[in-house]
Write a new protein. Structure first.
Length: 295
């Protein structure tokens, strides 16, 4: 009795389709490239459609939108139907998996607009489609990355909030009586003596201290000497606070990548060891190369 060159796979066809949708193998890589192109075209079309000078091409933008949303819908339904597990587990996956939620949010606005008079002109839901760009994120174990870094992220977040409140309080102390910080929307407010100081309270000062945290100093020329010292302190502390979560996430990413490399190296070593130490495997490999094996 003769057997074919390679044993026939017992995997169902749906699992093969799901692997392609997940970007595995050569067909999966090609599919991922095509899907990435479609996503970029969809988002670029929406961005250009908001430009007043491009309204003459609105029909083309609508055609691109309809075509790409159909592709996204088919891809989502196919991914959901070919995933292994029961119907309940698929529903749970669709509502809890990050990329599944992104896919759903990116196609829902189109169908919501179809049910609302005015169709595609209903802008308040259309902006949601840009979340489709998140689908281009690499498929990494983000849950593991979060577990490795959430404590440090929480600590840095608390430190940043504390510095933010302290700096806002200092701004309030130094600038509440600074006449340069008086704001009058128009002359009528000035005549009625209804102008107010931008730093009249700590909550009001928190807005400007938050701007300073991200490197913006719109009132730098009007600050008092004490306010300028506060602004410089915010800049230094902001850079330090921002560096903590960046370092934590970078370290977590590097650990995950290193673990993946070590796992692949162990698998390669195991395969090499089996080939080197197993004469039976050698004989079987030779018989496969001959094109058939006897049973």
């Amino acid at each position: 009795m003769k057997e074919p060159l390679l044993p026939v796979s017992n995997r169902p066809q749906t699992s093969k389709i799901y692997e392609i949708l997940e970007g595995e193998g050569p067909y999966g890589s090609a599919y991922s490239f095509v899907l990435t192109t479609v996503i970029l075209v969809n988002v670029a079309s929406f961005i250009l459609s908001t430009e007043p000078g491009m309204h003459d091409y609105q029909d083309s933008f609508d055609l691109i939108e309809e075509t790409t949303v159909i592709v996204f819908t088919l891809e989502y339904v196919l991914r959901l139907s070919t995933r292994s597990g029961s119907c309940a587990s698929r529903v749970v996956w669709a509502l809890t998996n990050f990329f599944s939620v992104v896919d759903l949010l990116s196609i829902l606005p189109f169908y919501v607009d179809l049910l609302i008079p005015g169709g595609q002109s209903f802008f308040p839901t259309q902006w949601i489609r840009v979340v489709r760009l998140l689908r281009l994120l690499p498929s990494l174990p983000y849950d593991k990355i979060w577990r490795k870094s959430y404590k440090l992220l929480a600590a840095s977040g608390f430190a940043g909030f504390t510095v933010w409140v302290i700096c806002a309080a200092l701004y309030y102390w130094f600038e509440r009586n600074n006449p340069e910080m008086e704001y009058c929307p128009d002359d009528a407010f000035k005549l009625d003596n209804r102008c107010w100081n931008r730093f009249h309270s700590i909550p009001a000062a928190m807005y400007y201290s938050l701007l300073n945290f991200f490197g913006e100093f719109p009132l730098a020329d009007n600050h008092s000497l004490g306010g300028r010292f506060v602004g410089g302190f915010i800049q230094v502390m902001g850079a330090a606070v921002m560096a903590i979560p960046a370092g934590a996430l970078g370290n977590a990413f590097s650990e995950i990548v290193q673990e993946k490399f070590e796992e692949e190296e162990k698998q390669d070593e195991a395969v090499t060891s089996d080939v080197a130490n197993g004469p039976v495997q050698k004989e079987t490999a030779i018989r496969y190369l001959d094109g058939e094996r006897g049973v």
